[in-house]
Each structure stands twice: as C-alpha cells, then as structure tokens.
Write a protein that binds this ligand. Structure first.
Ligand code: SF4
Length: 146
C-alpha cells in the first residue's frame, strides 16, 4: 500500500517509504522490529489499556513495539558551527533521545547554534535543548584555531 493512495485508516511513513497502518487511536498496529537483523513483523492490539504484541521472537520486540506505539523517540545527530575552531563545525547528538515529534525542531535548532572553540568530545553544549529534556553532546573534539 502506498501512502499516496487515499487511506481508509491513518498511515505513517517508514524510512524506506513503506507505510505503517495505524489503529483508530492513531497508533501503529504493525511494524518491523529493528532491534536485530531478524526484522520480526510485530502486530499489536490495545485492549483495556494494555498492548498485546505478537510476532516478536524475543522480549526486545515487545518493548520496541510498545515504545513506538506510546512514546516514539529518536536520537538526533547533526553539526553545529564552531567559532574560532580548527574545523568550522562539530558533530553532535542528543542524549537521551528526543520525542519523535520534536525531531525537526531540534534539527532546525542545531542550524541556529554556534559553539565556541575549543570543544571536547563528550562536552555538553546545551542542557535541555529546546525544552526536549535532552542534552546536546559533542561527538568530536575541535581545537582552537592557532
Ligand atoms: S523481536 Fe527480537 S528477534 Fe525479532 S527482530 Fe526484534 S530483537 Fe530481533
């Protein structure tokens, strides 16, 4: 099924362009587990406030499904400009993950940010970045320009 056809139920897009069918509450009822290369197809039903997951070959699949269905989140990685650095930018990531619906806010926020050299790997550049509760951490060191 393509997301471009008129859906009878709400759909969400996977990174490979395929679709995730959602239940009436807007939560996915089928998705592929990405916790290991086996890629189990998981189906979940919400009944009386509890998710019942099938198709998983191990407990990690159930935990993955429930997290995706209830509070999906992602690690955002990107580049931040560095003033006075040996390199013009430093790579960063969010720790912990940010809510999925804030990913684009964070990506735009990175573009507006500038760090001051030197920057050390593991350095916290921002706490609670944009109110997401996640810190922005440098994943590379950038020395000061001589
Ligand atoms: S459910 Fe378990 S075995 Fe299946 S893909 Fe996920 S992690 Fe791998």
């Amino acid at each position: 099924m393509s997301c471009l056809t008129a859906p009878t139920q709400p759909l969400d897009c996977r990174s490979d362009g395929s679709c995730v069918e959602k239940n009436a509450a807007g939560q996915p009822k089928e998705l592929v587990c990405i916790r290991c290369p086996l890629g189990c197809t998981l189906q979940g039903q919400l009944a009386e406030g509890e998710w019942h997951v099938e198709g998983n070959r191990c407990p990690r699949g159930e935990a993955y499904f429930i997290k995706e269905a209830t509070s999906p989140s992602r690690t955002v990685t990107g580049l931040v400009r560095v003033a006075g650095g040996q390199l013009p930018v430093v790579s960063v990531k969010t720790v912990p993950e940010v809510p999925k619906d804030r990913v684009m806010d964070v990506a735009r926020g990175l573009a507006a940010l500038e760090a001051l050299a030197p920057v050390s790997i593991g350095q916290v550049l921002e706490d609670d970045f944009l109110g997401t509760g996640a810190s922005l951490i440098a994943t590379k060191s950038v020395g000061k320009k001589a």
